[in-house]
Design a protein around this ligand. Structure first.
Ligand SMILES: C[S@@+](CC[C@H](N)C(=O)[O-])C[C@H]1O[C@@H](n2cnc3c(N)ncnc32)[C@H](O)[C@@H]1O
Length: 449
């Protein structure tokens, strides 16, 4: 690929003799990776996914590519992600039952990783400023089987007043000049110019100022980019430390091939070596910068408490939902029920007041109220295992292909009318409705292939 001349000159100056290897790395093919979903009860159906080279710094991470039209992918057992990007979620290291914000979240690589580490407990607010991208984020989180996630579509400054000093951990995986994406997407190099990193840095400072309003005293902020530009990496952290004296850098473990951040590329603060750089000529990945900061605890400024949601469904809807639960999922119980139009959701426990906020998914989507019936959602099906449901049908791979294409299935034996969880190779695929020896198709239209 052809790199901009000013880009070459800039990194020759910054990296000196090392720039030869750095610049040569852009002529190498880009690297793919994927993570296996630990939230699912069983393992991948294609064992080849377990035989690839493991990524040593990531739980469940492997080098290799994912077939987007496989059962494993469509059922949410795999997430395709660039290897070095996977280290971000490891550094965030969220714990079960925490309140976590992924502020720039689409398409959802880091959010799926965070939700898995939280074991679907606590609250993850996964936010994306652009609506189209927020819808893709929702699709990816639903396929992954996320239950504790509130998906919002807001600019950081609109989100901040809703969650003052609220989060234990915040990830800002910032929009950046994307120099680490040049190999995957050479068009990104055409877009680059010498002033672009500074333009991105302006936006990053604004996003971080909003993030700081939402971080509780004693909370952790992780900032990451997929660019090498010091203006967007060390210099942003130097700015943060100056503007917020109660923030301090936390050391990040450096695995083989990872480099320390460069104090000399900012204000010479030696603490900047606590940040990490993943360079494509030193590790097997496209490149990343990650910093982890802690806000000093305070006795007076307590973490804000959510306003408790009190929700009661109208009697007729409650009866329809209870009927579905008794017939299909008698062992499960959902609380914090909330409707948006005719859509039913279960809100994560810690959710604050959502008024005047653009919400894409207020928690797990349970289904839709139709005239005199309740239709369970695809999202609900993907959080379930065979043991959760009263009625299930194990389908063959050929039937799975027909179902994801939008066809109805014919049954060889008579089954009672009602909702059944369809499973293929042990994976929950979708709900289907049995009527007269056929399974009616409820695979989401937008996901059929
Ligand atoms: C690096 S990407 C996030 C990748 C994501 N964290 C993942 O792992 O899949 C940055 C995101 O920031 C969003 N973004 C762009 N401008 C923004 C702004 N002004 N404020 C907040 N987010 C913004 C982009 O739409 C993009 O989805």
């Amino acid at each position: 690929m052809e790199l901009p001349t000013e880009f070459i000159q800039k990194y020759q100056q910054l990296l000196g003799s090392e720039s030869t290897d750095f610049l040569a790395s852009f002529q190498q093919p880009s690297l793919n990776g994927y993570r296996i979903n630990p939230l699912k009860q069983d393992s991948v159906s294609d064992p080849n996914y377990l035989n690839n080279e493991k990524i040593d710094y990531v739980d469940n991470g492997f080098f290799g590519s994912v077939n987007g039209k496989s059962i494993d992918h469509t059922a949410g057992y795999l997430y395709s992600q660039e290897p070095s990007a996977m280290y971000v979620g490891e550094v965030v290291d969220p714990q079960p039952n925490e309140r976590v914000l992924d502020l720039c979240a689409a398409p959802g690589g880091k959010s799926t990783q965070l939700v898995a580490k939280m074991n679907n407990t606590g609250l993850l607010v996964s936010n994306e400023i652009f609506r189209k991208r927020a819808n893709i984020l929702a699709e990816n989180l639903e396929r992954w089987g996320a239950k504790n996630t509130l998906i919002t579509n807001a600019s950081p400054d609109k989100l901040a007043p809703k969650f003052p000093t609220f989060f234990d951990r915040i990830l800002v995986d910032a929009p950046c000049s994307g120099e680490g994406m040049f190999r995957k997407d050479p068009a990104a190099a055409d877009y680059w110019n010498l002033d672009y990193p500074e333009e991105c840095a302006n936006r990053q400072r604004k996003i971080l100022a909003s993030a700081m309003q939402m971080l509780r005293p004693g909370g952790t902020l992780v900032y990451s980019t997929c660019t090498f530009a010091p203006e967007e990496d060390e210099q942003i952290i130097a700015w943060l430390l100056e503007k917020y004296p109660d923030l301090s850098l936390e050391p990040i473990k450096k695995y083989a091939g990872m480099d320390s951040g460069m104090p000399q590329w900012a204000d010479n603060n030696p603490d900047l070596t606590k940040t990490v750089r993943l360079f494509p000529h030193h590790i097997k990945g496209e490149g990343h910068f990650i910093a982890k900061l802690k806000l000093a605890p305070s006795d007076t400024d307590k973490q804000s408490q959510p306003i408790q949601q009190t929700t009661t469904l109208p009697k007729d809807q409650m009866a329809l939902f209870n009927e579905f639960m008794t017939e299909t999922l008698p062992q499960l119980h959902f609380t914090n029920l909330i409707t948006f139009g005719d859509q039913l959701y279960t809100l994560p426990a810690d959710t604050p007041d959502l008024n005047h906020l653009s919400v894409i998914r207020p928690g797990l989507h349970l289904g839709t109220f139709k005239k005199r019936r309740f239709e369970p959602s695809f999202a609900l099906a993907l959080t379930l295992s065979a043991a959760d449901v009263k009625n299930k049908i194990e389908i063959t791979e050929a039937q799975w292909r027909a179902y994801v294409h939008g066809d109805t299935l014919s049954l060889q034996h008579q089954l009672a009318k009602g909702w059944y969880l369809l499973l293929c190779a042990g994976h929950s695929i979708c709900f289907g409705k049995v009527v007269n020896q056929t399974v009616k198709n409820f695979y989401p239209k937008g996901l059929r292939f």
